[in-house]
Design a protein around this ligand. Structure first.
Ligand code: BES
Ligand code: ZN
Ligand code: ZN
Length: 491
């Protein structure tokens, strides 16, 4: 596991690479250094600017130049956004970290105007420094950044607190990325739980329902999805109850450790990405651990229904009728629409266990339609409470994750009617993301404020790395959920 990264204030001096920023209004225009490097003389600055000019730096986003100075120190210069743009700063710092593969330490000497800019740089630097090497066989793996030091160039009042918070938050984003990147034969439902337990702080309680318990206690959704696999399903419940709390939230995350589509088998091409179908479960686990480590005054329950959706003689058949926890029956017309089945069980259970929740949020790589609608980098938010949705969207924006509100149109609900059960698990194809949201709504009490986050696109990056986002598991939604808990706790 690649959990820890040590963040600190100060300068490693000439022994470690130095990251600075620059701005340039357009190609060919004069370059301004945005550096707080204590060691720079006027002469060195002029030398660097010449070197950047010679390298035809134009200042556009994600641009970066590496220069070795006459003393042999590596200088990484990253283009910073022109105007005030915290996400742009976060990305720029991430670009710098990603290029520092092979180094264990670096100093980030990007000058900051205020605490918000400083936070963005710290987060971006730490998030970009992630690499997943656990399953590489070679002994000559490049080093990854283990320590990053920061010099903001002016006194930032809460600098130490920012460093501490970022260390906690980023450790959990990295944990979630690790879980997503692990191969599915390794990351079975049971292994998921044991890795979570290893990472659990002492102020979070875990309880697990086994396959036998799920069957006998009526969790028909999780059972139906998991019964085709040799790796049996589980329901993981984590709970963080600080002594001084007024607010209570529940998170529910989709934990399909691999989605073959079941008897509605997916095409071979692209199926490998379905190891990421547990990204929602990983995100809610990462968030509750971050919240508990930050000791936020808010009570959180996190639920992770875990199952592997496989093809076998014991797999659920199209037309099978199952009973979700709480008694509603569902005709499984398509075993590839499995996420909603395991979430339905967990949503009902979550609302039953904790009374007077201030909100319940489910997180899931639920539909391909989400990606068609919003692309690969923007997730969707649906729900039954506009106020909660607005508050979440604001928190997500501050956290630097892209979410967009989507409707739950009533006219689509009838498409989920079944002639033989209370509900079918698929409906109208057009607007498939919204239909999935409407399905889930059936399992949430009408008076309980609820949000559904469909993160199918942004949770797994199959393209190039960009900003602070690596290839593979992204760790999406951890930062938004954690920040949402921060604002809910204090609001
Ligand atoms: N896990 C998939 C959704 C998905 C697709 C996530 C691509 C990430 C990338 C989900 O279980 C699924 O297969 N959904 C079906 C639903 C359909 C059968 C109604 C889909 O989107 O095609
Ligand atoms: Zn599926
Ligand atoms: Zn799925």
């Amino acid at each position: 596991m690649t959990l820890s990264i040590k963040l600190s204030m100060g300068d490693f001096g000439k022994t470690a690479p130095l990251v600075i920023g620059y701005r340039c209004l357009r190609e060919g225009a004069p370059i301004t250094l945005i550096s707080s490097a204590a060691s720079f003389t006027k002469k060195e600055e002029a030398w660097l600017i010449t070197a950047l000019n010679n390298s035809r730096a134009s200042g556009k986003s994600d641009e970066l130049r590496t220069i070795t100075n006459p003393e042999g120190q590596l200088i990484v210069a990253v283009a910073l956004p022109q105007k005030s743009d915290l996400e742009g700063l976060r990305r720029a710092a991430g670009v710098a970290s990603r290029t520092l593969l092979g180094y264990k330490r670096a100093t980030f000497a990007i000058a900051c105007k205020d605490g918000n800019e400083f936070t963005a740089i710290v987060e971006g630097a730490a998030l970009g420094a992630y690499h997943f090497h656990q399953f590489k066989g070679s002994h000559e793996l490049p080093a990854s950044l283990e320590q990053i030091s920061f010099t903001p160039g002016r006194v930032i009042k809460s600098a130490q607190a920012t460093i501490k918070r970022s260390e906690i938050l980023v450790a959990q984003v990295r944990f979630v990325r690790d879980l997503i990147n692990m191969p599915p034969s390794f990351l079975t439902p049971e292994r998921f739980i044991s890795l979570v337990k290893e990472n659990l702080p002492s102020n979070v309680r875990a309880s697990v329902k086994t396959h036998t318990q799920l069957k006998s206690e009526g969790y028909g959704g999780i059972t139906a999805v998991g019964q085709g696999s040799a790796n049996p399903p589980r329901l993981l419940h984590l709970s963080y109850k600080p002594t001084k709390t007024k607010k209570k939230l529940a998170f529910v995350g989709k934990g399909i450790t691999f989605d073959t589509g079941g008897l509605a088998l997916k095409p071979a091409q692209g199926m490998e990405a379905m190891k990421s179908d547990m990204s929602g479960a990983a995100a809610v686990v990462g968030a509750i651990i971050a919240i508990a480590r930050l000791k936020l005054p808010i009570s959180i329950d996190a639920w992770a229904p875990l199952a592997e959706n496989m093809v076998s003689e014991s797999a659920t058949r199209p037309s099978d009728i199952i009973t979700i926890y709480g008694g509603k029956t569902v005709e499984v017309l398509n075993p590839d629409a499995e996420g909603r089945l395991i979430l339905a069980d967990a949503l009902v259970r979550a609302a039953e266990v904790t009374k007077d929740l201030d909100g319940i949020i489910d997180v899931a790589t639920l539909t391909g339609a989400q990606i068609v609608a919003l692309g690969k980098r923007t997730a969707a938010v649906m729900g039954n409470n506009e106020q909660l949705q607005e508050r979440f969207l604001n928190a997500a924006r501050t956290a630097g994750e892209s979410f967009w509100p989507m409707p739950l149109p009533d006219e689509l609900r009838a498409s989920l009617d079944s002639p033989v059960a209370d509900l079918a698990n698929i409906g109208e194809r057009m607007g498939g993301m919204l239909v999935a949201g409407l399905f889930l709504r059936e399992f949430v009490p009408a008076d309980l404020p609820w949000l559904h986050l469909d993160i199918a696109g942004p949770s797994f990056n199959e393209d190039q790395a960009h900003g602070y986002t690596p290839v593979g598991g992204v760790g999406f939604a951890v930062r938004s959920l954690t920040h949402f808990a921060e604002v809910t706790a204090t609001g």
